[in-house]
Design a protein around this ligand. Structure first.
Ligand SMILES: *Cc1c(COP(=O)(O)O)cnc(C)c1O
Length: 628
């Protein structure tokens, strides 16, 4: 059917029907022509043709997806992307061709590679006809097909034509700005805005790839082959993109602010000593991991300078390529020696060490038993390893034994912080070692906060408990008491050889720079030679705890971390803010670092704090904690 008004085309439609459905469908088509939004026609032309049922081809509708865009420019960019996916280098020239289609009645048949136009009659173009949806005539009264369905039916036939690689279409309806690109390769992709609102121009381009001389087979198919399309969807698919791809991020940050867990960075304007300058204030530092002040020792600084002079600022490669200097090898020997193990290996950070060790030693056939308060880097290592991870209650040896009994495994690992990084308490390593041995499990301990802090001379958790047996895997970091940066692992030669070959965070990262390594090595030398700094730190912690106790706050610690429980996130932040106003820098630790509702103030003590400073801080802390 074609409806027109003084030679102007208004509407066209066609159906492929059973003979007995003819009456109702003709009525419906006439109604549609008479009530068209473009105006009333003065001529309706209905043509009825017999179709040989044997010659009808059945095809499936193209799968439909929909992309939401805000502007025609964005829409055209998507169109360009899809044209590129088809391997077309001249995609923007193709889109420019749309201008030529505006005056045409049919579609442009374009050689996609040469941009040669293949229509025998350039004004008329190609008219894809003789297609319908299978069954629609049986199930509706003939007028229910919508623009969307008609477009999918046409696009499905066109995509199926010989040598057609895609069709692009922009509607000529001023109120309809949605267009599409369709091809067998990626289906019917609806793009919600391809032209300006109210723009009366549109057109179709069929993209042809093949010898231009073969075009008649394609044109015949498009204009004469009867096609019924199966499973035409009735409405566009759900949108696959939000209008603003960053909206979920805005929502997330807003939510964090509202629940007082939003985080911001503060600048420190001096070296990390017991006092720091920050934003014009002289603050008493109760939050630094530089427990022994080795990051600011003249000897470590000089070692860093010397190494820089000799070896430069960067190491230039990963350890297995060009990044191993004598500095690295010597430090590994010294750390192994300090921890009394066969060998050691450096990582760029403690975080990378945990992730790299656990993923190298555990896989989906392993079970890891992990303390619920373990550091995030251990948690991430467990997750990344794909091992089954069984979390036991914090430092609860009965629960650990229980869970091991209930979880038979052929390969397993127990992993724990030595000093827990937020609460400062110490793992019951003797029990853990015994349990590991009894159950043939490997045992790994993270000494980030214990090296240089606990044990009579600061050697860490084994010295603290006076153990002769050792965990299989001892890891730690040079970024805390050693005042530099980098992670390490100590253990057997067997362990180190395996990590060297398999541990991805060791292998695929440029090694630590000369200054960092030299500083850490000098710090280790000082730590071993001058245990009095460790003693001073331990005395300071006891003194600080005593001062708190005198003020009614009971907090005990054998490490350098003194936790002061608060609970509520908002309150913890308010107290930290009050203390900041008194020039005391202390951190409020909140979810997700600790559990929700378990917020705390975490005081980190240094060997260089004076008793007077600690006394003063304890008094002021007590004033605000009491008020809560
Ligand atoms: C700080 C810390 C780490 C990470 O060490 P970095 O060298 O800072 O990456 C790992 N484990 C524990 C327990 C820590 O406290």
């Amino acid at each position: 059917m074609r409806a027109s008004k003084s030679a102007e085309h208004i509407s066209g439609a066609e159906k492929i029907l059973n003979e007995k459905e003819l009456d109702t469908n003709i009525m419906a088509l006439v109604q549609r022509a008479l009530h068209h939004t473009k105006g009333q026609p003065d001529l309706i032309n209905i043509k009825i043709e017999t179709v040989d049922a044997q010659k009808i081809e059945y095809i499936d509708a193209l799968p439909v997806s929909s992309i939401d865009v805000d502007s025609p420019a964005q829409g055209q960019n998507i169109l360009l992307e899809y044209l590129k996916k088809l391997g077309l280098r001249n995609s923007s020239s193709i889109i420019k061709k749309f201008k030529e289609t505006y005056a045409m009645r049919g579609a442009m048949l374009l050689n996609a590679d040469t941009l040669e136009r293949l229509e025998p009659n350039l004004d008329r173009g190609i008219r894809a006809t003789y297609m319908d949806a299978e069954h629609t005539a049986l199930t509706d009264n003939g007028c229910c097909k919508n623009h969307f369905q008609e477009a999918v039916i046409l696009a499905s036939k066109v995509a199926n034509a010989p040598n057609i690689i895609a069709e692009i279409c922009i509607s000529d309806d001023p109120d309809y700005v949605t267009g599409y690109i369709a091809s067998k390769k990626f289906g019917y992709v609806r793009i919600t805005k391809l032209k300006k609102d109210g723009c009366p121009y549109g057109g179709r381009i069929f993209l042809y790839r093949g010898r231009s001389g073969d075009k008649y087979e394609c044109i015949d198919y498009l204009e004469k082959q009867h096609v019924l399309v199966r499973s035409v969807p009735s409405a566009p698919a759900k949108k696959i993109k939000e209008a603003d791809p960053w909206q979920f991020v805005r929502d997330d940050l807003q939510e964090r602010k509202e629940s007082f867990i939003y985080r911001e960075m503060k600048e420190m304007h001096s070296a990390q000593c017991s006092h720091v300058y920050s934003n014009g204030r002289d603050l008493l530092m109760l939050a630094s991991n530089n427990y022994l002040n080795l990051s600011n020792d003249p000897r470590t600084k000089r070692a860093a300078q010397k190494a820089t002079e000799q070896f430069g600022t960067g190491s230039g490669g990963s350890r297995l390529l060009t990044g191993t200097l004598p500095l690295h090898t010597v430090l590994e020997k010294n750390i192994a020696n300090y921890k009394n193990t066969e060998a050691a290996l450096l990582y760029n950070t403690g975080y990378m060490a945990n992730v790299g060790i656990i993923t190298a030693l555990c896989d989906k056939n392993s079970v890891i038993f992990s303390d619920e308060y373990n550091h995030a880097s251990i948690i991430d290592g467990c997750r990344l390893s794909r091992a089954r991870t069984v979390i036991y209650r914090h430092n609860d040896m009965t629960d650990l034994a229980d869970k091991i009994r209930k979880t038979p495994c052929s390969r397993g690992l127990i992993v724990t912080d030595a000093v827990f990084s937020m609460d400062g308490d110490i793992a019951f390593l003797p029990d853990i070692l015994e349990t590991a041995k009894k159950n043939h499990l490997l045992c790994m301990v993270d000494e980030a906060h214990s090296t240089g802090v606990i044990g009579k001379t600061g050697h860490g958790i084994c010295e603290y408990f006076g153990l002769t047996a050792q965990p299989d895997i001892i890891m730690g970091t040079m970024s805390k008491a050693l005042g530099s940066e980098g992670g390490y692992v100590c253990g057997s030669r067997l362990l180190i050889d395996e990590l060297c070959n398999k541990s991805r965070s060791f292998i695929f990262s440029t090694s630590l720079s000369p200054a960092v390594i030299a500083a850490a090595d000098e710090a280790l030398r000082i730590l071993a030679a001058e245990p009095q700094h460790v003693k001073q730190l331990q005395n300071n912690v006891q003194y600080f705890c005593d001062c708190l106790k005198k003020n009614g706050i009971y907090s005990h610690s054998d490490s350098a971390i003194v936790p002061i429980n608060i609970g509520d996130e908002k309150q913890s932040m308010q107290i930290a803010q009050k203390l900041f106003e008194h020039n005391i820098f202390i951190l409020a630790i909140r979810y997700p670092t600790v559990k929700k509702g378990k917020a705390l103030l975490r005081a980190a003590i240094m060997a260089t704090h004076t008793e007077q400073e600690l006394h003063h801080a304890a008094d002021i802390i007590a004033r605000y904690v009491d008020e809560k």
